[in-house]
Design a protein around this ligand. Sequence first.
Ligand code: NAP
Length: 312
Amino acid sequence: MSERDKKIVIIGSGPAGLTAAVYAARANLDPLLIEGFEAGGQLMLTTEVENYPGFVDGIMGPALMEQMRKQAARFGTEYLTQNVTSVDLSERPFRINAGDEVITAATVVVATGAQAKMLEVPGERELLGHGVSTCATCDGFFFRDKELAIVGGGDSAMEEATFLTKFASKVTVVHRRGSLRASKILQERAFENPKIDFVWDSTITRISGNGKVDAVHVRNLKNQQEHDLSVDGVFVAIGHIPNTHLFSHSLELNQGGYIVATGDGTQTSVEGVFAAGDVVDFRYRQAITAAGMGCMAAIDAERYLDGIGMSH
Ligand code: NAP
């Protein structure tokens, strides 16, 4: 067991964590960023990113994360590649266990992100970024005049189905029940849209395509009949899971399990612990908004350290 003591520890290595690291490092706080074995967050699962400002011709998701990682390193961010196994936020300094290390920290930025729930059917992982997407805002643009399927019956699915009709010629919603979970207004908007069709009581059992999606296989759960639907893309909108299991006993979480920012900015229910990105934000979920929150968290942490006389 080795021990080290830091002013600031950032947990998570997506856009929120890495932006927090850039700001904390440039504020001379000598940050440690714990990046986990699956570093880089959700952008590591995407292909082309065209909506991150500054990249006129777009950039691949993993390349963007690599750039951010190098930028934070340039100013002295230290990285630890370990999964955090437990945190103790009940005492100061806070204690973080990762691998065989115990790290104590005056302040912590939690940027552990969220994961899109997946269908876990054949073809889904292989074709992720090649027609399978979990983000209509990010990828809708690539499907001009194409036919799409979207899975889910909640607010996200209805909002995304409606959004996708700006580009697609047809959007088929595949929902596992006979009625939607989404709020009435979003339901009505989708029902009234002539480009949206519904396939009820059904699930997608397989996604097929050679290098890119060309069809989904749909099973009716009432009569077990199957049919193929020719589509160029499939959007999975069945919810997200925030990565908050480490904090379930120490930080206030909302009903969906997201960390609650308790006041202005990124402060959590424990003073000195800040949260940024998709682990708090279930509304916008964009790389750029996560990065913005990471910047906010680093500034909030710096001010907190200033307040307790530890910023120098
Ligand atoms: P959600 O409300 O949990 O809905 C998930 C949908 O996916 C449900 O219809 C569910 O079916 C279906 N589903 C779940 N697992 C599935 C599986 N394995 N296979 C097939 N279908 C599956 O998630 P969400 O739509 O992402 O919304 C999350 C939260 O954000 C909600 O509180 C929502 O109100 C909020 N939100 C609000 C807005 C807005 O107000 N504009 C927009 C987006 C999200 P069942 O219905 O059968 O359970």
